[in-house]
Design a protein around this ligand. Structure first.
Ligand code: AMP
Length: 280
């Protein structure tokens, strides 16, 4: 596995993949890798990538002033070992000053699916995500980019951005990888106390049951209220639980007859903010 920390070496490595006829996939991450991230590498290969480049970059632009940038878990050595074991071909580890050199002044603002939900809870977050993903796509010139469905709104924002900017890359959505008890894997789960960790799977369970009820015709508002009450009773502080149009993220007050719907949620448990979503 090649390790690149500056743009000239990244360009040389990706040019060599192209010259060898290997279709390149990029897998953007912030490190602290778990099986959810590694599934993206496998999915990229299964989708036809002949080479996979994973980036590890804790992007300051997508963290708000009161967020957890400083305590975001970092383990470069452990991550590189996991990437090697997963058969990754290249690790792209740009220092902050390589990604954002002094004087940089350009950001990508995606309206549409950035509005609401995480966009409200974390002002500027999707500007940071879209900007860094646009840069990663252009830096790598990959043909494919794998993103987890775990971050559903992010997936919609990045898909919209790539389409709107005519970036010649295919965005590959990858299903959420979960622990055996249903909790979506996340780098932040390590901050749950043992008691919170035992409570955490209720989020997915309550969402699964609410999605099934809505799918079977139960009224949306009452079903979501019931699920929220259950979560609060168990100690969660929910930010939102909503039924949305899957691609636009627009809220739905009632079941949609046509087109995919998604149930999305964010809820704090102790100091950890858990995100999850499922198809309805
Ligand atoms: P992060 O390192 O949290 O920024 O995530 C990097 C990529 O991994 C994003 O595309 C995430 O959606 C994806 N990802 C994170 N957790 C999971 C998971 N449990 N299952 C699938 N993909 C995931």
């Amino acid at each position: 596995m090649q390790i690149c920390r500056d743009l000239p070496s990244l360009r040389a490595a990706t040019a060599a993949f192209r010259a060898a006829g290997r279709r390149l996939a990029v897998v953007p991450t912030m490190g602290a890798l778990h099986e959810g991230h590694l599934a993206l590498i496998g999915a990229a290969r299964a989708a036809g990538a002949g080479a996979v480049a994973a980036s590890i970059f804790v992007n300051p632009l997508q963290f708000g002033p009161n967020e957890d940038l400083a305590r975001y878990p970092r383990d470069e050595e452990g991550d590189l070992a996991k990437l090697r074991a997963a058969g990754c071909d290249l690790a792209w580890l740009p220092p902050v000053e390589v990604m954002y050199p002094p004087g940089n002044a350009t950001v990508i603002e995606v309206a549409g699916p950035s509005a609401g939900w995480e966009g409200d809870a974390r002002p500027g977050h999707f500007r940071g995500v879209a900007t860094v993903c646009c840069k990663l796509f252009l830096q790598s010139q990959a043909e494919l980019a794998a993103f987890g469905e775990k971050d559903w709104q992010q997936l919609q924002v990045v898909t919209r951005m790539a389409a709107d900017l005519d970036i010649p890359i295919r965005i590959l959505p990858v299903p959420t990888v979960r622990e055996a008890d249903g909790l979506a894997m996340s780098s932040r789960n390590r901050f749950l106390s043992p008691q919170e960790r035992a409570t955490a799977p209720l989020l997915h369970r309550a969402m699964t049951e609410a999605a099934a009820a809505i799918g079977a015709g139960a009224p949306v508002a009452a079903t979501l209220e019931g699920a929220l009450a259950r979560l609060r009773g168990a100690g969660f502080a929910p930010d939102y639980l909503a039924l949305v149009e899957a691609e636009t993220m627009r809220p739905l007050a009632a079941r949609r007859e046509q087109g995919p719907m998604r149930l999305i949620a964010a809820a704090r448990l102790g100091t950890v903010r858990l995100l999850d979503n499922i198809a309805v």
